[in-house]
Structure formats: C-alpha cells, structure tokens
Design a protein around this ligand. Structure first.
Ligand code: FAD
Length: 385
C-alpha cells in the first residue's frame, strides 16, 4: 500500500513517519523548494510530545525543548507578578513535559527522521483524482504521482480541501496580529525557566524558553486586518503599541531582530466535519485551522498522524472504510480544540472588555490550579490520554 503525502510541514511529516512505521510505503511532495517555517517556535504540549515519542523521536525532541518549569502572568504596566506557579502538577498528572521548540529545528528533526533526500520538493499539487483502485495527484510542473490513498497535509490554504468538501471555505480573521521571534535569554526580561506573559489592554507579550539559551517571544495586538507591514518600522510600531508597558517589555523590543521577527494576522476556520472523500483524507491545518491561543494546532496535526496510522494499520474493511474511521475519531476532538482556542483568544484579546478585565482580576487570585486543570483536560483528550 502506498500513500501520497502532500505537504512536508508538521502534519505531513508526522503522517509520513507514522505511516512508514505502520508498514506503508509513502511518497512526500512539498510545494516549496526550501522549507521556511512561518513562525519562530512552537510549544509542543504533552499530547503532542506523546505522539512524537510514539514516532520514535523522544530523545531528539527533548534536546530541542526548553525547560518551562514555571508559568507566570505579569501586569502590563507595573510588571508585577499577578500569579506564578509550578508546571510540575501538570507534568505529574499527564505523565509528560511540555516542550517549547524552535520551529526550524522541529521541522529539521521531522524531515531528517523521514529522510530529506526522499522528499520531492518544488512539487505543488494542483489537482487530485481517484478511482476505486487508487489516487492520482497532478503537480504544477506537469508531473503526476500515483498511490493507493492520499493524505492532504497542505496547510490552512489547502487546495485539496476544496476537492474533499466540494466548496471553498473562507478563513476567519481572529482580530489580532502576532509578532514572534527568538532572542537570547536575558533574566532582566524574564526568568530562564518560566513561561512569562505580560497582559493588559487586550494585548500580551509572552516569553518561553527553548534550547540553546533562547527565548521564543511573541506580541499580540488586536488590530484591523490588512495594515501595511514594514520591517523598517517594526520596532517603532511595537514601541507604539506597548508604550507605557513595563521595562522588561521595552528591553525585549530593543533586543529583538526585526529581520527575523515574523508578523502574522491570526485566523482560524469554522470547524467542519468532513475530512475524507474516498481515498483522500485531510490532515493538520488543512482539516482544522485554529488560532494559536492554546498552542494546539501543531499538536493536533501530530495526533491526526498517529490516529491515521493506527486506524489504517488495523483496516480490514479497506482503505475507504479506515479513512472514515480516522475522520470519526478526529472530527470532534479537533473541533473542540479550535473552539477552545477561539474562546481563549476572545478573552485574551478583549473581544468583550469586561470579560477580559474580569480575567485580569481573576489572575491575581489564581493559584495555578484552574489554569493547569484546563490544560490537563485539553492534553488528556489526545490519543494517548
Ligand atoms: P503547514 O505547517 O502549513 O504545512 C503545510 C505544508 O504544505 C507547507 O510546507 C506548504 O508549503 C505545503 N503546501 C501547501 N500547499 C501545497 C500544495 N498545493 N502542494 C504541495 N505542498 C503544499 N501549534 C502548536 O501546536 N503549538 C504552538 O505553540 C503553536 N503556535 C503557533 C503560533 C502561530 C503564530 C501560528 C500561526 C501557529 C501556531 N501553531 C501552534 C499552529 C501550527 O503552526 C500549525 O497548526 C501547524 O504548523 C500545522 O501543520 P501542517 O503541516 O498542517 O501545515
């Protein structure tokens, strides 16, 4: 049995590795000639880590991950700590650590595990067709590939989603812009072993440790869509948006490199419940695009990959049946993640100012118990519990 995998992002590579481990042949086709992941880093929560472990990359992932022993929220202007607590109860409950990792390094780990030279780069799929025996994918260079089934991990702008759903779906602007990048750890900005977030005015500034003494940082600002983007003014833009914020935030803006800082308008997609058409299955952001507010988009793609391979490996009623079983195991889970993230997004970014003000007030009384319980609930909904 041969799978055609479209897209060499987190979803496509996890799927290809999982399918090979389950005994399938795979061929991966990626549109770009060279991978340049959007975004500096990503937090892999224990549900995602357990998937990576199951795919045989436990030690390489640990080597890339930062030590996020504590979590804290600070007041935007005074910088004072609203709440600070250990992540250890979460680790104890779910049985694994969370790992913030640099995206390029995660991507390289996945690609190298699969075999870089085995991936066909510069192959943008334009069309797919299927018969009762197999699937054909056509690429923009006129070439084609054939397989028994096809996994579409072609991301949030998926062209294969249209083929599966029979309609185009508009992405929904979530109402805020995110800037993200990496800087050398500076304890005058935040402790090296802590996920620190400054909150106020419906904005946030967050820092997570990744390997090699670096912070993954991000800034969120509620803004209209489509404002012009200019690296030359990136620092002064951020200084304006965060004027009056605490000293560590000003220091972070001074330290960041505008050339390697990404600016992303955050979107999601209204959850839908069809991931499969015959021998073609959507996976990762192609199937469910979420805002990053609970850090679960990539983790969900890893979960998809593991469940897909498990389901296909035990298929006795044929590929089409197995893919439908994959769909039924993933639709509710991923819908839940997208809607949870959307809810969190609205509270964090002051969609309703009163709700956000109440959240800021609650943070002063937070012992960590409620925050960690919510995270554990999300994590334990994954395929490994
Ligand atoms: P992608 O990573 O988009 O990969 C799709 C691949 O398909 C690309 O390489 C693309 O070039 C290729 N492709 C596209 N079209 C075609 C075509 N026609 N033919 C061939 N190839 C094609 N998730 C987390 O788990 N934790 C986080 O902390 C987190 N933080 C985030 C922060 C931000 C700012 C953003 C924007 C997202 C974040 N996410 C996070 C979400 C995560 O990045 C995505 O969910 C994840 O990258 C999805 O992987 P994917 O493989 O499905 O899609």
């Amino acid at each position: 049995m041969k799978a055609i995998v479209i897209g060499a992002g987190i979803g496509g590579m996890s799927a290809a590795i999982a399918l090979e481990k389950a005994g399938f042949d795979t061929a991966v086709f990626e549109a770009v000639k060279e991978m340049k992941p959007v975004g500096a880093a990503i937090s892999i929560w224990p549900n995602g880590v357990k998937c990576i472990n199951a795919l045989g990359m436990k030690e390489p992932l640990r080597a890339l991950g930062g030590n996020m022993a504590f979590m804290a929220y600070n007041d935007a202007h005074s910088g004072s700590t609203l709440t600070r607590f250990s992540m250890e109860p979460l680790v104890q409950q779910v049985g694994e650590y969370p790992y913030p990792v640099a995206r390029a390094e995660l991507q390289a780990m996945l690609i190298d595990t699969y075999g870089r030279s085995r991936i066909s780069f510069g192959k943008r799929v334009t069309q797919v067709e299927q018969t009762e025996h197999g699937v054909t994918a056509w690429f923009d260079d006129g070439s084609q590939a054939e397989g028994d089934f096809l996994i579409a991990a072609d991301g949030t702008h998926s062209v294969i989603r249209h083929y599966v759903l029979g309609e185009s779906i508009e992405r929904r602007y979530a109402g805020y812009v995110n800037w993200n990048g990496l800087v050398t750890i500076d304890e005058a900005i935040a402790p090296a072993d802590q996920w620190t977030t400054f909150v106020g005015e419906g904005k946030r500034v967050s820092l997570m440790p990744v390997s090699d003494n670096r912070f993954y940082f991000f800034f969120d600002v509620p803004l209209p869509k489509g404002l012009s983007e200019d690296r030359a003014t990136l620092k002064s833009d951020l200084k304006g948006y965060f004027s009056g914020w605490a000293e560590p935030v000003q220091r972070l803006i001074e330290r960041l490199n505008p050339e390697t800082t990404n600016r992303v308008e955050i979107h999601d997609i209204e959850p839908f419940s069809r991931f499969v058409k015959g021998r073609v299955a959507l996976l990762g952001d192609a199937a469910h695009s979420t805002t990053p507010d609970i850090g679960q988009g990539g983790c969900a793609a890893m979960e998809d990959a593991v469940v897909l391979a498990q389901t296909l490996a035990s298929h006795s009623l044929g590929i089409e049946d197995a893919l439908l079983r994959y769909e039924s195991r993933r639709v509710e889970r991923t819908k839940d993640l997208v809607l949870k993230a959307r809810k969190r997004c609205d509270v964090t970014h002051a969609k309703d100012a009163e709700v956000t003000a109440a959240w800021y007030a609650d943070l002063k009384n937070e012992t960590g118990e409620r925050v960690l319980a919510g995270m554990c609930d999300t994590i334990e909904g994954g395929p490994f519990g």
